[in-house]
Design a protein. Structure first.
Length: 367
């Protein structure tokens, strides 16, 4: 079987090389875009906001109307590789369409991993930017159909907080909520994450949600079928946005939003509705910093035997976080999310986890 092991090693090495080259191309592209006459500027007046991006064109909300625009001639890249919904751009009229001369430097950018089945290692993918200049992210989950899973919320919170984007949780389809969903929501309330409950069917919670969103550029993120587009419809008092239902066979939602879209629903208030995101890139996190995004570990981790304790494979008698989970003070579901994320990062880096002790085999190896 040596030849199979050798082939597996070759696959892994080849995939790493492809991923490295993809990152280098992405970095080179950003540098090339800004060669010559500077494209990215620190500030500008009378700018427009990118609403939707296609291959060669962008639609820009400018002076209370939407105009079609394209990049100036010396930017030799497709528009959808340079601009994203939420970008602020300086434009001027052209012969037919408007011309995008400059982009104002972004304050934030949200990305996900785009899986590529052509890669030798299908777990690796290219980073795809989704939206820019976000003030607030609403993590939309559903009480039922699809079911509520903390693991998705925890990944969103990590990526958003790392990007400096304020986050809240919106439980849609709240009319279907049961005791289990309430228990999960209480976990996030206890660590200071605002939770809003809405029902687009019963028209409940919409005004409360508007209170959080007013005056901000907001992004809705969440899996397919949770009702992001339905919420956008409710906020805009419109039925124009196509919505869909969850597949009864798979329990998963179908994508109705295929690209990020931008909607203005009130003065200085806008929403970016994203496609359902199935994978978020956490590979850029250092293993030791992941616990920083789990604030309930504070007060416990500082008492662990080792200062670099990862609360993963270390013996339970030396890890106070594991003891906190055992006592029920730290949520088991959140701990399982933590070790799943940590395990993914360690595997990405080909690092073995230290120690040999487990907390019930690390919660049955993350269930």
């Amino acid at each position: 079987m040596a030849h199979l092991e050798s082939y597996d090693s070759f696959q892994t090495k080849k995939a790493r090389e492809q991923k490295k080259r993809a990152k280098e191309r992405s970095s080179s592209k950003e540098k090339n875009v800004d060669r010559g006459k500077k494209f990215v500027v620190k500030k500008g007046e009378n700018y427009g906001v990118v609403v939707e991006v296609r291959y060669n064109d962008a639609y820009v909300f400018y002076e209370d109307r939407i105009v079609k625009a394209h990049l100036r001639n010396d930017i030799n890249y497709p528009c959808n590789q340079v601009l994203f919904p939420g970008d602020k751009v300086l434009i001027e009229p052209g012969n037919e369409d408007f011309i995008i001369n400059n982009m104002i430097a972004r304050t934030s950018i949200l990305s996900r991993v785009k899986k590529d089945s052509t890669r030798l290692d299908s777990s690796m993918g290219a980073t795809k930017n989704i939206a820019a200049n976000i003030n607030l992210a609403v993590i939309v989950v559903a009480a039922k159909n699809p079911p509520l899973h903390p693991k998705f919320i925890d990944r969103y919170l990590m990526v958003l907080q790392n990007s400096g984007i304020e986050s809240i949780i919106c439980l849609n389809k709240a009319d279907l909520k049961g005791d289990n969903e309430e228990k999960i929501l209480d976990i996030y309330r206890s660590i200071g994450i605002p939770v809003i409950e809405t029902s687009t069917v019963e028209k409940e919670g919409i005004d409360q949600l508007k209170g959080y969103l007013r005056g901000k550029q907001t992004i809705f993120v969440g899996n397919s079928g949770v009702g992001k587009s339905s919420l956008t419809n409710a906020l805009m008092d419109s039925e124009e946005i196509k919505t869909s239902h969850v597949s009864e066979k798979s329990g998963k939602g179908r994508h109705t939003t295929t690209t990020s879209k931008y909607y203005v629903w009130d003065k200085n208030s806008s929403i970016i509705d994203t496609p359902g995101i199935r994978s978020l890139d956490v590979s850029n996190f250092q293993p030791q910093e992941i616990q920083d995004y789990f604030p309930e570990f504070d007060g416990w981790s500082c008492k662990c035997k080792f200062s670099n304790c990862l609360h993963y494979k270390e013996p339970e008698n030396l890890c106070m976080v594991k003891q906190g989970v055992r006592s029920g003070i730290i949520s088991k579901d959140r701990y399982i999310s933590y070790i799943r994320i940590l395990g993914n990062v360690l595997n990405e880096r080909n690092q073995g986890a230290p120690g040999v002790g487990t907390l019930d085999d690390d919660m049955e190896e993350q269930r």
